[in-house]
Design a binder for this molecule. Structure first.
Ligand code: MSP
Length: 463
């Protein structure tokens, strides 16, 4: 398909309700998708939930529910959270969806028929962390515990099927070096190449005793390892629509290995096209601490929306730190930034301008604004969302300064008209550029500055 843009987020585990950690990449993907939509590209934005595996089975048991009933409940919470944040996805995929189960099985069948899965399972022993849903190497553990989940990995010992990942080392290296699969930021590309240099081992792709999973087509007594079928979700959606390959997978740095190595190898094995880009974002802490239930600092998307409004929440997340880096979030800083940038900055400028225009009724021609500013566009194409916002705020400050310096209501003739033209087209350009980030606010400003201009309620009441 020509002129298409297909973007994905990770699909989130449904062991627990969504927190702002999962909201972050979803929000970033939404902003990027909205930008491409406004550029009139056929845009497809996929998000969803990862519902099989030991982690979900365990969470369901502890809530005395069947895994499916539990997944139904939690995936609904994700949908509600995305609605609150004004996330405009094209599809919310669930790995328990019928079409996904079928696609995952036919993908696995192809891997098997093409000889990339050993025909016979073999005994596999390893340390498995259910929190991560992956095997861990002994040197990753601290005092025998997973450093992230503070739990002891289980001793896994069973007959598993293996995917011949080792066969793909040199092709993957070549494809990543040549940027046929582009990995950004650059340091993540280097990290991936470094890991490839260490060599690849075949990986276990099945579970012999876990029933909460997709049965392997070539031996239904075994189920698929949750990560293998989860990666296929992108293909379940993209392939039938004719939009495969993905233009970009947005992923956290914790899941880079699966996306940059395992997933492309699976696609190479079935002779499919590879994702064009993998953009890797960092992790944030809350006031310097990891967000965790034990610490009691888990923040929900709903609480942020309640405090700062939808667009306030969207703005604060994306300006907290550069997309692609690690960062820290502090509610205190959120509050200060909300007041400084939104209430006093953008909100105040819009209300001053509309009041002045309502009072002085200047006569001037309106210019057409139908594209993004070049520097905003440029930042978007590099996924530098915070940079795009910084650029827009420079523009807001410039307009504010010009309004103060010019005092166009005191002027007459051509100078008066040209001052008003510059200020009003400036604010409309700001609103145009803001559309992907703050959709509701941008729409309000654009409609306030079309037709008869009358002062309205403040866009962002001070906190
Ligand atoms: N289910 C897998 C992904 C499968 S994709 C085929 C998974 N799910 S997850 O729910 O544990 O996490 C998904 C993503 O949430 C992470 O990769 C990351 O993008 C995001 N984040 C979770 N906590 C986060 C922070 N504290 N900070 C930033 N992003 C965070 O892994």
């Amino acid at each position: 398909m020509d002129n298409k843009f297909f973007i994905t987020t990770p699909i989130y585990y449904v062991n627990d309700a969504p927190h702002i950690g999962s909201a972050y990449p979803t929000l970033a993907a939404d902003v990027i998708a909205r930008f491409h939509k406004l550029k009139k590209e056929k845009t497809f934005f996929l998000t969803g939930t990862d519902e099989h595996g030991a982690k979900i089975a365990q969470a369901a048991t502890s809530h005395n529910q069947s895994p499916k009933a539990y997944a139904d409940k939690i995936s609904e919470k994700f949908k509600n959270a995305w609605k609150l944040l004004n996330i405009d996805y094209s599809r919310f995929i669930r790995t328990t969806d019928e079409d996904h189960i079928k696609t995952a099985q036919s993908f696995l069948e192809k891997l098997y028929n093409k000889g990339f899965i050993d025909p016979k399972p073999k005994l596999y022993k390893g340390l498995y962390c259910i929190g991560h849903e992956r095997f861990m190497q002994p040197d990753e553990l601290i005092n025998g515990l997973c450093p992230d989940h503070k739990t002891k990995p289980i001793q896994h010992s069973e007959e598993n099927y293996f995917f011949k990942l080792s066969k793909f080392q040199s092709r993957l290296t070549e494809l990543i070096e040549s940027e046929a699969v582009k990995i950004r930021p650059e340091k993540r590309k280097n990290e991936t190449l470094g890991r490839l240099k260490e060599g690849l081992e075949d990986i276990s792709i099945s579970r012999a005793h876990l029933t909460w999973g997709i049965p392997l087509p070539f031996n239904p007594k075994h189920t698929s390892y949750v990560w293998i079928e989860a990666l296929i979700n992108y293909y379940t959606y993209g392939k039938p629509l004719g939009i495969w390959p993905a233009d970009v997978h947005i992923v956290g740095k914790d899941i880079l290995w699966f996306h940059a190595i395992v997933w492309p190898a699976m696609l190479l094995a079935i002779e499919e096209q590879l994702p064009k880009q993998i953009f890797v974002h960092g992790f944030f802490t809350i006031d310097g601490q990891k967000m965790s239930k034990t610490i009691g600092n888990v923040i929900t998307p709903a609480s942020i929306v309640e405090s700062f409004g939808v667009d306030g929440a969207r703005y604060l997340f994306l300006t907290a730190f550069p997309f692609g880096e690690d960062g820290d979030i502090s509610l205190k800083k959120f509050e200060e930034k909300y007041n400084a940038d939104l209430a006093n900055g953008l909100g105040n400028l819009v209300s001053r301008l509309t009041k002045l225009i309502e009072t002085h009724k200047p006569i001037y021609e309106k210019s057409a604004i139908d594209d993004f500013s070049p520097h905003v566009k440029d930042a978007f194409l590099r996924f530098q969302l915070d940079e795009a916002l910084t650029r827009i705020w420079i523009q807001i400050k410039t307009l504010d300064r010009k309004l103060n310096e010019w005092e166009p209501w005191k002027k007459t003739g051509i100078e008066r008209a040209s001052n008003w033209i510059e200020l009003t087209s400036g604010i409309r350009q700001v609103a145009y550029d803001l559309q992907p980030f703050l959709p509701e606010t941008a729409e309000k400003i654009l409609s306030q500055f079309s037709g008869v201009i009358i002062a309205q309620e403040p866009l962002f009441p001070r906190i």
